[in-house]
Design a protein around this ligand. Structure first.
Ligand code: ADP
Length: 165
């Protein structure tokens, strides 16, 4: 019998991508045949980084992982997942506080599309405190974020903050 290939989507804002996201992504890439990291474009949120810069930063840090694709989407995640023939949605769980929201989202997505399964991966303990909003805040106040984000993101943060001076 031919092996069925499984595509998973890892959606998020990734504003910017952090070492926590990267940890989840690396684990996912060993579990699934293909992982699409998909930037959710939400017209109600005003991101720090443009769609283009977020895509570029993610592409740079994932270029050495062969089964990862980087994309963006608008609208319903399950519609996008179907379009991409993905059967799995990946979300990272840092603490119990993430769980309630993620649990509801998983149920809503399942009620919208029964064939797509949400999978939770547990964040590495080094990164359980880490979020993109924390990175934006610390960097904005001039703090050191080198233990929190990949190198290329530090450069983009500097560029962004210098431009806003
Ligand atoms: P969203 O706005 O959809 O929550 P994020 O970019 O903040 O987008 O997060 C995308 C996914 O990555 C979510 O499932 C989130 O729980 C997970 N995540 C965020 N930060 C971390 C981290 N430090 N470790 C593991 N997973 C994380």
């Amino acid at each position: 019998m031919e092996k069925k290939l499984i595509t998973a989507i890892y959606p998020g804002s990734f504003d910017p991508i952090t070492l926590g996201h990267l940890d989840i992504l690396k684990r996912a890439s060993t579990l699934f045949d293909k992982v699409i990291i998909a930037i959710a474009i939400n017209s109600e949120k005003k991101p720090l980084f443009s769609k283009k810069t977020r895509l570029k930063m993610i592409k740079d840090v994932t270029s050495n992982i062969p089964n990862i694709e980087v994309d963006n989407f608008t609208g319903l995640l399950v519609d996008y997942a179907k379009k991409k023939n993905a059967e799995v949605i990946i979300r990272g769980i840092r603490a119990l506080s993430d769980y309630e929201y993620e649990f509801n989202m998983a149920l809503i997505n399942r009620s919208l599309e029964e064939s797509i399964t949400t999978t939770f991966l547990v964040a590495h303990q080094n990164y359980t405190h880490l979020s993109s909003s924390l990175v934006r805040e610390v960097a904005g106040l001039g703090g050191d974020v080198s233990n929190l984000v990949p190198k290329n993101v530090i450069e983009e943060l500097k560029r962004k903050l210098d431009a806003n001076d």
